[in-house]
Design a protein around this ligand. Sequence first.
Ligand SMILES: C[S@@+](CC[C@H](N)C(=O)[O-])C[C@H]1O[C@@H](n2cnc3c(N)ncnc32)[C@H](O)[C@@H]1O
Length: 271
Amino acid sequence: MDGERPPSGSNELNPHVAHNARVWNYWLGGKDHYSADREVGDRVFAMFPNIVHVARADRAFLGRVVRHLTGEVGIRQFLDIGTGLPTVDNTHQVAQRVNPRARVVYVDNDPLVLVHARALLSGTPEGATDYVDADARDPETILRAAAKTLDFGRPVAVMLLGILNFVLDTAEARSVVRRLMDAVPSGSHLVLTHPTLELGGEGNVEAMRFWNEHAKPPIVARNGQEIAAFLDGLELLEPGLVSCSLWRPELAGVGGEPTRIAQYGAVGRKP
Ligand SMILES: C[S@@+](CC[C@H](N)C(=O)[O-])C[C@H]1O[C@@H](n2cnc3c(N)ncnc32)[C@H](O)[C@@H]1O
């Protein structure tokens, strides 16, 4: 990042300790990161080179799911929690290309994401985008703020991509999902990705330990059974809970066989 200095007005921003939003941006090939982020990003990559594929496959999954939900299912509202730094094809851009009237609320608690949020608020005049600076562990605050933009009487896609892994306590993570899904009507969807030590992710143990000693916030991997439990009570869209790279790869419109990566993905519909 130019000048390696934090933007003014951002008290909590610490460029000397690697932060997930910035390292994720680094792995995605973005430009919003400091040297501390690159150092940790490179060390994790050395231990678990697939991390770059994980980040990119996760974003590609986001694009396929949002296109499907907007185009085929007719969802017009998205609550994207743990948004990350703006990148190519953010949720509102994908959704509003299909339906310019789509409404999107982004939520993150990273101070640099807040600084860059303007780039997330450049939607179509017919639709709407908003940004909420809040903690994923506080769904009531998120729902209250999102209600200014989203109509919770109509279906909403609740997007939890790469975020429940920062809610370390599994009971608390389940409670977050339940409180969010309780607030949306039938026909709403839960979109989920989550890192795992399965699906070829066994090599990630050491890298995650390193992350937890040197970067913020701490992360946890979960197994397929634990991740499936987040979707309890929902109707899973085909093909169910799979490596996110294998979730309807045909929708990507590219040739070649997608490879399995250590990030589960699923979409569930609230009956
Ligand atoms: C791995 S990135 C995923 C970004 C995006 N959802 C994606 O799939 O590409 C996780 C994001 O969650 C945010 N995050 C981590 N813990 C959070 C919390 N407790 N509340 C809100 N956001 C959080 C980080 O700042 C980061 O931007």
